[in-house]
Design a protein. Sequence first.
Length: 94
Amino acid sequence: MGKGKYHDDKNLNQVIEQAIDVGWSFERARGGGHAKGLLKCPHYDSGRSCRGGQYCKMTINGSPKNATTEAKKIRQKVERCRPPERNNQDEDES
């Protein structure tokens, strides 16, 4: 998708661009609902969800009540995202 306008609010647009810069992907919403799109972590499609799926994806609201608070929540989720833990069976068998 490249760089572009993801949200009408400049703070939300900026935080979405920052998430994309660290590997997250943005999928625009289809239809006429309230969502602007879906932000997914880089580990979302790996077959295992990071941290139980708690931080793997989030819906971006097109008209949040408080855009500053919404941007803060997105930033926190992106910063807390961790890759899935690897299974150490190979090490245990040696």
